[in-house]
Ligand binder design. Sequence first.
Ligand SMILES: *Cc1c(COP(=O)(O)O)cnc(C)c1O
Length: 360
Amino acid sequence: MRPKPHIVDLPVYQPGKPIEEVKRELGLDEVIKLASNENPYGSSSSVAEAIQAELSQLSLYPDGSSAELTTVLAEHLGVERNQIIFGCGSDEVIALITRAFILPQDESIMADQTFSVYKSNVDIEGGVSIEVPLKDGVHDLDAMLAAVTDNTKIIWICNPNNPTGTIVEHDNLISFLNQVPAHVLVVLDEAYCEFVTDENYSDGISLLNQYPNLVVLRTFSKIYGLASLRIGYAVANAQSITYINQVREPFNTSRIAQAAAKAALTDYDFVESCRTKNQQGIEYLYGQFDELGLEYYPANGNFIFVNIKSSGLDMFQSLLKQGIIIRAGFGKYPNYIRVSVGTPEQNEKFITALKHALAQ
Ligand SMILES: *Cc1c(COP(=O)(O)O)cnc(C)c1O
């Protein structure tokens, strides 16, 4: 066999353990997963109805162009229909972008601690990832600009950043976009934008008319609570969307995902209530961390990145034994853990377990 040389040593993504498996292994009745930033309140009740209506159509291929969903989303966002493309999660959209833009040896710039899917897809295409250190947990836009060369194809800005939770502020983003050369695509990943309450945050969609090299990523996996259905999207200049569409498989999103997304999008009350409850959860966790003397970055998504002042991986193990799954093992931040904001009850159980672990 002669696989592409640059994929030979790539790691296989290691997913977290499923809740059921952890329960069985540890003999626990209850396991709380605060590891993947999933919505603890599920999804809109209108989603179940929409899915029910699709059950008689399972033998039919979906509409490959997602026409109905595109129309509803274009209206919702105030963009043209030809500015939108859907993927099997925004993960797939990231893969499509690299497939369309990155040739071997092309450079791509990203933060040194951010969503891992950017780098893994650049690696798959044989591109070179330039990882620029975060500054106080925030994207260092000046350093990222300074890293641009003639070979740069894409800059990835995760806003809010996963895992730190920080945002790039409006004025800094604008000044950055004004300086990025036109040959460089800027991908602004806004997977958590619906949770943001900071007024210094800017909605990337409103900048698209001004910056033809900007691509905004969004997803139905987080606030809309549809992670299992795998549907996300990009919004950009129509020409960029055409290029990404040219490398897309014909039926990359399912009938059920399209119907569910359409129903979820217009349940504004559900989204609003999740945002409010998430904010309350953040306030509660901030208060508890303050009492424990633990520092954290400002949380703008539905997760908090907190410094536990000892090994994050050890903390992962000791919380796991108590039936709580979080994320740790962040290369640049070995003493940090990332915890998703759960329901009030889940948050309290997490804090109890954390206190117990810290006291050991
Ligand atoms: C969760 C997440 C996504 C969304 O992934 P999907 O493939 O749409 O489920 C994208 N970007 C970031 C930063 C995320 O945390």
